[in-house]
Design a protein around this ligand. Structure first.
Ligand code: ADE
Length: 231
Protein backbone atom coordinates (compact mmCIF):
# COMPACT_ATOMS: atom_id res chain seq x y z
CA UNK A 1 0.00 0.00 0.00
CA UNK A 2 1.51 3.31 -1.04
CA UNK A 3 0.77 6.58 0.75
CA UNK A 4 1.59 9.95 -0.78
CA UNK A 5 1.41 12.60 1.91
CA UNK A 6 1.31 16.33 1.19
CA UNK A 7 2.52 18.22 4.22
CA UNK A 8 4.07 21.43 5.49
CA UNK A 9 5.91 19.43 8.17
CA UNK A 10 7.76 16.60 6.44
CA UNK A 11 10.07 16.00 9.42
CA UNK A 12 7.12 15.44 11.73
CA UNK A 13 5.63 12.83 9.38
CA UNK A 14 8.97 11.12 8.79
CA UNK A 15 9.68 10.82 12.52
CA UNK A 16 6.50 8.86 13.22
CA UNK A 17 6.54 6.83 9.99
CA UNK A 18 10.05 5.77 10.93
CA UNK A 19 8.98 4.27 14.25
CA UNK A 20 7.43 1.05 15.56
CA UNK A 21 4.75 -0.78 13.53
CA UNK A 22 4.74 1.78 10.68
CA UNK A 23 8.47 1.33 10.17
CA UNK A 24 8.25 -2.47 10.42
CA UNK A 25 5.46 -2.49 7.82
CA UNK A 26 7.62 -0.42 5.49
CA UNK A 27 10.69 -2.60 6.09
CA UNK A 28 8.61 -5.71 5.31
CA UNK A 29 7.45 -4.13 2.04
CA UNK A 30 3.80 -3.92 3.17
CA UNK A 31 3.68 -0.09 3.15
CA UNK A 32 5.45 2.68 1.28
CA UNK A 33 5.38 6.32 2.40
CA UNK A 34 6.21 9.19 0.07
CA UNK A 35 6.31 12.57 1.74
CA UNK A 36 5.82 15.66 -0.43
CA UNK A 37 6.80 19.01 1.04
CA UNK A 38 4.12 21.51 -0.06
CA UNK A 39 6.64 24.35 0.34
CA UNK A 40 8.72 22.89 -2.51
CA UNK A 41 5.87 24.02 -4.79
CA UNK A 42 5.65 27.61 -3.57
CA UNK A 43 7.04 30.64 -5.38
CA UNK A 44 9.43 33.16 -3.87
CA UNK A 45 12.18 33.04 -1.29
CA UNK A 46 9.80 32.93 1.69
CA UNK A 47 8.21 29.64 0.54
CA UNK A 48 4.79 30.86 1.64
CA UNK A 49 2.13 28.18 1.33
CA UNK A 50 -0.60 30.15 3.13
CA UNK A 51 -2.03 33.66 3.11
CA UNK A 52 -4.57 35.88 4.90
CA UNK A 53 -8.27 35.15 4.24
CA UNK A 54 -10.19 37.38 1.85
CA UNK A 55 -12.93 39.14 3.82
CA UNK A 56 -10.78 39.35 6.91
CA UNK A 57 -10.74 37.24 10.02
CA UNK A 58 -8.11 35.39 12.00
CA UNK A 59 -5.67 32.79 10.81
CA UNK A 60 -4.15 31.82 7.53
CA UNK A 61 -5.54 29.86 4.59
CA UNK A 62 -3.65 27.24 2.57
CA UNK A 63 -3.11 28.57 -0.98
CA UNK A 64 -4.35 26.55 -3.95
CA UNK A 65 -1.38 26.79 -6.35
CA UNK A 66 1.19 24.74 -4.39
CA UNK A 67 -1.38 22.01 -3.66
CA UNK A 68 -2.37 21.59 -7.33
CA UNK A 69 1.24 21.75 -8.48
CA UNK A 70 2.43 19.28 -5.87
CA UNK A 71 -0.29 16.75 -6.81
CA UNK A 72 0.36 17.20 -10.52
CA UNK A 73 4.09 16.58 -9.97
CA UNK A 74 3.51 12.90 -9.14
CA UNK A 75 -0.01 12.06 -10.40
CA UNK A 76 -1.19 11.84 -14.00
CA UNK A 77 -4.66 13.32 -14.76
CA UNK A 78 -6.06 9.75 -14.80
CA UNK A 79 -4.48 8.97 -11.42
CA UNK A 80 -5.84 12.22 -9.99
CA UNK A 81 -9.32 10.97 -10.77
CA UNK A 82 -8.93 7.35 -9.73
CA UNK A 83 -6.70 7.22 -6.62
CA UNK A 84 -8.47 8.19 -3.37
CA UNK A 85 -7.47 11.76 -2.45
CA UNK A 86 -8.16 12.52 1.18
CA UNK A 87 -7.92 15.87 2.96
CA UNK A 88 -7.70 15.81 6.74
CA UNK A 89 -10.18 18.35 8.08
CA UNK A 90 -12.57 18.72 11.02
CA UNK A 91 -15.32 19.43 8.41
CA UNK A 92 -14.88 15.95 6.92
CA UNK A 93 -16.78 12.67 7.21
CA UNK A 94 -16.18 11.13 10.62
CA UNK A 95 -13.57 8.36 10.38
CA UNK A 96 -14.34 4.93 11.85
CA UNK A 97 -13.27 1.30 11.62
CA UNK A 98 -15.69 0.58 8.75
CA UNK A 99 -14.02 3.31 6.67
CA UNK A 100 -10.62 1.96 7.73
CA UNK A 101 -11.55 -1.54 6.50
CA UNK A 102 -12.73 -0.19 3.14
CA UNK A 103 -9.74 2.09 2.61
CA UNK A 104 -7.25 -0.61 3.64
CA UNK A 105 -8.14 -2.46 0.41
CA UNK A 106 -6.74 0.37 -1.73
CA UNK A 107 -3.23 0.02 -3.09
CA UNK A 108 -2.61 3.79 -3.19
CA UNK A 109 -3.92 6.68 -1.15
CA UNK A 110 -3.03 10.37 -1.28
CA UNK A 111 -3.43 12.41 1.90
CA UNK A 112 -3.42 16.20 2.11
CA UNK A 113 -2.64 17.62 5.54
CA UNK A 114 -4.24 20.99 6.14
CA UNK A 115 -2.84 23.67 8.35
CA UNK A 116 -3.72 26.93 10.00
CA UNK A 117 -7.35 27.98 9.57
CA UNK A 118 -8.17 25.87 6.56
CA UNK A 119 -7.89 25.36 2.83
CA UNK A 120 -8.74 27.76 0.01
CA UNK A 121 -12.16 26.52 -1.21
CA UNK A 122 -10.83 26.14 -4.78
CA UNK A 123 -8.76 23.19 -3.58
CA UNK A 124 -12.04 21.32 -2.95
CA UNK A 125 -13.83 22.73 -5.99
CA UNK A 126 -11.03 21.83 -8.40
CA UNK A 127 -9.91 18.45 -7.04
CA UNK A 128 -11.83 15.21 -6.29
CA UNK A 129 -10.92 15.40 -2.61
CA UNK A 130 -12.79 13.67 0.18
CA UNK A 131 -12.54 15.42 3.55
CA UNK A 132 -11.99 13.13 6.53
CA UNK A 133 -12.23 14.06 10.22
CA UNK A 134 -10.84 11.90 13.00
CA UNK A 135 -13.28 13.30 15.56
CA UNK A 136 -15.27 16.27 16.77
CA UNK A 137 -12.39 18.35 18.05
CA UNK A 138 -10.01 20.72 16.30
CA UNK A 139 -6.28 20.14 16.00
CA UNK A 140 -3.86 22.78 14.77
CA UNK A 141 -2.90 20.83 11.67
CA UNK A 142 -3.69 17.70 9.68
CA UNK A 143 -0.43 15.82 10.21
CA UNK A 144 -1.51 14.01 13.39
CA UNK A 145 -4.90 13.02 11.90
CA UNK A 146 -3.10 11.75 8.77
CA UNK A 147 -0.83 9.63 10.95
CA UNK A 148 -3.84 8.25 12.84
CA UNK A 149 -5.39 7.28 9.52
CA UNK A 150 -2.20 5.69 8.17
CA UNK A 151 -1.65 3.70 11.38
CA UNK A 152 -5.21 2.38 11.33
CA UNK A 153 -4.86 1.31 7.67
CA UNK A 154 -1.39 -0.19 7.75
CA UNK A 155 -2.23 -2.46 10.70
CA UNK A 156 -5.08 -3.94 8.63
CA UNK A 157 -2.79 -4.93 5.76
CA UNK A 158 -2.02 -8.64 5.49
CA UNK A 159 1.30 -9.62 7.05
CA UNK A 160 1.76 -6.51 9.19
CA UNK A 161 0.48 -7.80 12.54
CA UNK A 162 1.16 -11.14 14.17
CA UNK A 163 -1.64 -13.68 14.74
CA UNK A 164 -2.32 -12.64 18.32
CA UNK A 165 -2.92 -9.02 17.42
CA UNK A 166 -5.02 -9.90 14.37
CA UNK A 167 -7.39 -11.91 16.56
CA UNK A 168 -7.78 -8.97 18.93
CA UNK A 169 -8.66 -6.80 15.98
CA UNK A 170 -11.38 -9.24 14.91
CA UNK A 171 -13.28 -8.62 18.11
CA UNK A 172 -13.47 -4.87 17.50
CA UNK A 173 -14.76 -5.60 14.03
CA UNK A 174 -17.71 -7.37 15.70
CA UNK A 175 -18.82 -3.89 16.60
CA UNK A 176 -17.88 -4.43 20.25
CA UNK A 177 -15.25 -2.84 22.44
CA UNK A 178 -12.44 -5.05 23.63
CA UNK A 179 -12.63 -7.35 26.68
CA UNK A 180 -10.23 -6.98 29.66
CA UNK A 181 -6.76 -8.54 29.40
CA UNK A 182 -4.50 -9.99 32.10
CA UNK A 183 -0.93 -11.24 32.27
CA UNK A 184 1.37 -12.48 35.07
CA UNK A 185 1.40 -12.28 38.06
CA UNK A 186 -1.80 -14.10 39.01
CA UNK A 187 -2.12 -11.91 42.08
CA UNK A 188 -1.06 -8.24 42.28
CA UNK A 189 -1.78 -6.09 45.33
CA UNK A 190 -4.79 -8.22 46.21
CA UNK A 191 -6.22 -8.18 42.68
CA UNK A 192 -6.39 -11.60 41.02
CA UNK A 193 -6.71 -12.78 37.44
CA UNK A 194 -10.24 -14.22 36.88
CA UNK A 195 -10.28 -17.99 37.44
CA UNK A 196 -11.79 -18.73 34.03
CA UNK A 197 -8.75 -17.32 32.20
CA UNK A 198 -6.55 -19.81 34.02
CA UNK A 199 -8.89 -22.77 33.48
CA UNK A 200 -7.46 -23.85 30.12
CA UNK A 201 -11.05 -24.28 28.86
CA UNK A 202 -10.97 -22.35 25.58
CA UNK A 203 -14.72 -22.41 24.97
CA UNK A 204 -15.36 -20.96 28.42
CA UNK A 205 -12.62 -18.36 27.95
CA UNK A 206 -14.13 -17.26 24.63
CA UNK A 207 -17.61 -17.04 26.17
CA UNK A 208 -16.26 -14.98 29.10
CA UNK A 209 -14.44 -12.60 26.74
CA UNK A 210 -17.51 -12.09 24.58
CA UNK A 211 -19.67 -11.47 27.64
CA UNK A 212 -17.14 -8.96 29.02
CA UNK A 213 -16.92 -7.21 25.64
CA UNK A 214 -20.72 -6.92 25.56
CA UNK A 215 -20.86 -5.57 29.11
CA UNK A 216 -18.09 -3.06 28.44
CA UNK A 217 -19.78 -1.89 25.22
CA UNK A 218 -23.18 -1.65 26.94
CA UNK A 219 -21.69 0.45 29.74
CA UNK A 220 -19.37 2.74 27.78
CA UNK A 221 -20.69 2.89 24.21
CA UNK A 222 -24.34 1.73 24.10
CA UNK A 223 -24.65 3.54 20.76
CA UNK A 224 -22.52 0.79 19.17
CA UNK A 225 -25.18 -1.79 20.04
CA UNK A 226 -28.00 0.11 18.36
CA UNK A 227 -29.06 -1.03 14.88
CA UNK A 228 -27.85 1.33 12.12
CA UNK A 229 -30.48 3.90 11.05
CA UNK A 230 -32.54 2.79 8.05
CA UNK A 231 -31.53 4.49 4.84
N1 ADE B 1 -7.47 18.93 11.29
C1 ADE B 1 -7.75 19.62 12.40
N2 ADE B 1 -8.60 18.96 13.19
C2 ADE B 1 -8.88 17.79 12.55
C3 ADE B 1 -9.71 16.67 12.85
N3 ADE B 1 -10.43 16.62 13.95
N4 ADE B 1 -9.74 15.67 11.96
C4 ADE B 1 -9.03 15.73 10.82
N5 ADE B 1 -8.23 16.74 10.49
C5 ADE B 1 -8.16 17.79 11.35
Amino acid sequence: MRFDILTLFPDMMAAVLDTSMLKIARDKGCAEYRIHDIRDFTKGVHRKADDRPFGGGPGMVLKPEPIFECLESFLSPEELNSIPLLAMSPQGERYNQTMAKDLSKEIRIVILCGHYEGFDQRIFDGLPLKEVSIGDYVLTQGELPALVLIDSLVRLRPGVLGDAESAARESFENGLLDHPHYTRPVEFRGMTVPEVLRSGNHAKIEAWRLEQARLCTQERRPDLLEPPPES
